[in-house]
Ligand binder design. Structure first.
Ligand code: SOE
Length: 382
């Protein structure tokens, strides 16, 4: 019988409960601790989510029963909390971004290595089985030489002037929003699938809503009540709702991405088209169990997620037979299975199959260069 691994989750807004659900689907892992900003809120959320221990962050660090900590708080807390957890000798899975500053991320990469602790960043969208299938097909020569990449990541949850969230506040989220929040997933998948490195960027941002209406109290307090203008404060917004970025890669190929959180009707749609010398791959995360395979000299292909049809490296991320669709929640389960296998070994693998703090640092560097390019309106080397 494998030894049980105990985990704690810090922050239970949107993604914390998603981490909890995923962990509860993996044998011999138990989420025994929940951390929130106050003991009272921790007690309330722990009762709601059925987690035995509720504490503040400092109290959790002292609990020797906790082996792994998931950091699921707003971005500005990732660095200090991850640093404290590593110093307490616990393994860390941190939500993206790893930090809001490059030097902070560099410090975390070095500290995790020095401590020999397992470290991962939740670039969970890599774990759609079709994404690893595309990577493996490319590695086996089925895509051919990469000619170009065209990507987009579109949402509409910030479409209205009254849509508000901590991600709109640079002091909590950092100087970039759409690129840092969802562009990072697309850029990570681009390098992961193609095996290429981005060498230069040319970026252009737009802030569609120059001001937004911030609720004066938590939305919950308004539940059931019609909001009026007195319930809002108009605040200036200086982070991007939309961004287009031209990309150059280390094999000389070119590409582009468009990222937006104000595209009506696009709920959470990462789309990537990778044109190769043998095939063309198109993947859409709102239809994640399908892959379009473009061909010039034969009929195009339409691969459905089916372990019997996948390369073994990718079928390892599939739990259900063909036609039994798997989606967003399954990505975290598949990722944590790989991370916790390393936790069971007690150390970071030499060549991790999962996204690590080094990948988190990589995305911060690319993100910073994109911010620099938008400011200078010129090409910037990565
Ligand atoms: C909001 O844009 C968000 O929750 C991101 O923060 C996640 O990383 C993404 O997976 C879904 O959308």
């Amino acid at each position: 019988m494998s030894q049980k691994i105990n985990a704690a989750i810090v922050g239970t807004g949107f993604i914390g409960p998603a981490h909890l659900e995923a962990l509860r689907r993996i044998p011999n892992i138990e989420v025994i601790g929940l951390v929130e900003v106050t003991q009272e809120l921790a007690d309330e959320k722990a009762t709601l989510l059925g987690i035995p221990k509720a504490y503040t962050f400092e109290e959790m660090l002292k609990d020797s029963d906790i082996d792994v900590v998931h950091i699921c708080t707003p971005n500005f807390l990732h660095y200090p909390q991850t640093k404290a957890v590593l110093e307490a000798g616990k393994h860390v899975i941190c939500e993206k971004p790893l930090a809001v500053k490059i030097d902070e991320a560099e410090e975390l990469v070095a500290l995790a290595a020095e401590k020999g602790l397992v470290n991962a960043v939740h670039f969970n969208l890599r774990y759609y089985p079709m994404v690893r299938q595309m990577k493996t097909m490319r590695e086996k020569g089925e895509l051919g030489e990469v000619y170009s990449i065209m990507g987009s990541y579109l949402q509409d949850w910030l479409f209205l002037k009254t849509d508000y969230n901590w991600r709109l506040e640079p002091d909590k989220s950092g100087d970039s929003r759409a690129i840092a929040d969802i562009g990072s997933h697309l850029l990570d998948i681009t390098e992961y699938v193609t095996g290429l490195k981005i060498t230069e960027v040319l970026a252009d941002f737009s802030t569609v809503h120059k001001t937004r209406l911030k609720p004066l109290k938590d939305i919950e307090t308004y539940s059931g009540k019609m909001l009026s203008m007195d319930d809002y404060e108009e605040v200036p917004i200086n982070t991007e709702d939309h961004a287009t970025v031209l990309l150059r890669f280390d094999n000389g190929s070119k590409g582009s991405i468009t990222v937006s959180q104000v595209n009506a009707g696009r709920k959470n749609r990462l789309n990537i088209e990778i044109a190769g010398s043998k095939s063309n791959f198109e993947f859409n995360s709102e239809r994640p169990n399908e892959l379009w395979i473009g061909k010039r000299e034969t009929a195009n292909g339409h691969l459905m997620k089916d372990p019997a049809l996948f390369h073994p490296e990718a079928s390892a991320l599939i739990s259900f037979p063909g036609g039994h669709n798997e989606g967003f929640p399954d990505t975290s389960k598949q990722m944590f299975k790989e991370v916790y296998a390393a936790v069971r070994e007690g150390k970071q693998p030499d060549s991790p199959s999962f996204p690590t703090f080094a990948d988190g640092l990589r995305e911060l560097i690319i993100g910073e260069r994109i911010i620099d390019s938008n400011k200078s309106q010129s090409w910037v080397k990565v």
